[in-house]
Design a protein around this ligand. Structure first.
Ligand code: CA
Ligand code: CA
Length: 191
C-alpha cells in the first residue's frame, strides 16, 4: 500500500468518524455546529472584506453608502409619488437609482432587507412604450431589470417601478402617483 493510498484511507476514516461523532455525541455535535457557524461567519467576513476593498476608492458624503463607484442614500421619508422622490434625490445632485447590473441590484436588495419600509422607488419609467423601461432623466433603455413574474409588462397605467418587500424586493410596476408610501433610493457618482 503506497503513501497516497494510506493518506486517502486515513482521510476517509476521519470523515466517517466525524460524521458518527456528530450524530452520536451531543457535545461533539454542538462543536460541529459551532465550527459550521464559524465557517459561515468567516465566509461572510471574507465577502464583506472583498466589497470593502472594491469600494476603497469611492468616497461618499456622510450617510451615503458606497458601492462600485456610486453612493446611495436610503431615504424612508414619505414619498407617495415618483416625481417627489426624484426631486428629493436631485437636491443632492443625485437621482432615483439606476440599477445597471445584477451586482448593484443584489447589493441594494440586501440593504433594503435590513430596513423597515416595504417599498422603494426605482428611477425608471415605461410611459413611452409599454414594457420598455427607460432611466428617468437620461432616457436610455434599462437593459437590466428584475421584475417579479407578472410585472414589468403591458400594464398601461403602471409606468413606474419599485422594489417590493412582498416579492423579496424583486421589482413591481406601480402607478407613478400611487397612494402607497415608498422610500427613495438615491444614487450619485462617488467622489
Ligand atoms: Ca447605478
Ligand atoms: Ca406600464
Amino acid at each position: 500500500m503506497d503513501v497516497k493510498m494510506i493518506a486517502g484511507l486515513l482521510f476517509l476514516a476521519g470523515c466517517l468518524l466525524c460524521q458518527v461523532c456528530c450524530l452520536e455525541e451531543p457535545t461533539c455535535s454542538s462543536r460541529c455546529e459551532f465550527e459550521a457557524r464559524i465557517s459561515r461567519q468567516l465566509a461572510e467576513i471574507q465577502h464583506n472584506l472583498s466589497s470593502i476593498r472594491q469600494d476603497r476608492g469611492t468616497a461618499c458624503r456622510d450617510g451615503w453608502i458606497p458601492f462600485h463607484g456610486s453612493c446611495y442614500l436610503f431615504d424612508d421619508s414619505d414619498f407617495d409619488d415618483f416625481l417627489g422622490a426624484e426631486h428629493h434625490c436631485r437636491q443632492y445632485g443625485a437621482h432615483l437609482i439606476h440599477v445597471n447590473t445584477e451586482a448593484e441590484n443584489m447589493f441594494i436588495k440586501a440593504h433594503l432587507s435590513k430596513l423597515h419600509l416595504l417599498k422603494w422607488w426605482i428611477g425608471i419609467q415605461d410611459s413611452e412604450l409599454e414594457a420598455v423601461w427607460k432611466f428617468y432623466g437620461d432616457d436610455s433603455v434599462a437593459t437590466f431589470t428584475d421584475f417579479n413574474p407578472g410585472d414589468g409588462g403591458d400594464h398601461g397605467t403602471e409606468d413606474c417601478a419599485s422594489f417590493d418587500k412582498n416579492s423579496e424586493f424583486r421589482w413591481v410596476d406601480v402607478l407613478c402617483n400611487g397612494a402607497t408610501i415608498r422610500g427613495a433610493v438615491c444614487e450619485m457618482k462617488g467622489i
